[in-house]
Design a protein around this ligand. Sequence first.
Ligand code: NAP
Length: 310
Amino acid sequence: MAVVIDGRETARKKREEAALRAAALKKRGILPRLAVILVGEDPASLSYVAGKEKALAGAGMESRDIRLPADTPEEELLSLIAGLNADPSVHGILVQLPLPGHIGEDRIITAIDPAKDVDGFHPVSAGNLVLGRPGFLPCTPRGILVLLEEAGIPTRGAHAVIVGRSAIVGRPLAILLARRDINATVTVCHTGSGELGRYTRQADILIAAAGKPGLITADMVKEGAAVIDVGVNRTPVFPPGPGNGAPPAPENAAGKSYRLRGDVDYEGVAKKAGWITPVPGGVGPMTIAMLLLNLIQAAEAAVPGGAAKA
Ligand code: NAP
């Protein structure tokens, strides 16, 4: 059976580190502050934003919550961001994605001052990542690197196969894993790859970031591989009722209408893999912890003369 990688515990340690550095900044009169912008009321976005704000408060940092109606014009959002860029008391700006269809996500992300781009999505951050220069790393790929390291999974000489090539997960992760200090050899799969198993079965480290529940099954995994499940898929849970065949899922008891599933068929794959991350409780908590560390990085960089790292 695979060793289960506890993302919650690793994330807790990283949040603690962020809290210590936040306390050191506070002694110098700086309160790390993140502006969190949410446009509309998408339920998943609401819950992500609430999780981020709770984590910030828990680490002694501040969030400035900005809630806007779904029909907010793009121009209004752009001028809000310009104001936050110019505000020295705001160290980071996060615009929760996805945005409503009438707003150009690329234009919004590009409008954020790269020095406050704590999500690491700005083209300047992406360029720095590709060039190997210092900058903000996107939170999910950064969190995956930390998980691999903390779990003691060897990366040097390993073959890492990533399923998914999005700009926020698959592509930046491929670049990071191929970095000289990590030294994995990377394959990136996508919907044009044909039979996925051909590639995934070669993986010493398999990262599933496709957004397709249960895509990766045991027959697609090499014995002893490390399997990192990035997928977060809300699959419906039907309320239990006489004769409707709904399982007595704990989600039902909690009154939820959905269940979170990863991209990996956890039960089957855990019997074959060497390591596995659960969903929930694997990559997700790490993403939030890395956001806190990115905010600290932004606040420390804003200190005149630089801040000593705790
Ligand atoms: P995305 O932008 O939709 O990209 C999905 C990628 O997977 C695309 O490159 C797509 O290929 C590929 N793909 C989809 N189905 C595939 C298949 N059957 N075979 C091979 N490749 C396939 O998604 P994303 O934003 O990267 O997110 C991926 C998943 O991770 C989602 O479930 C998301 O909720 C989750 N996520 C979790 C966290 C976290 O903190 N835990 C953070 C971010 C995202 P094409 O390019 O060819 O379309």
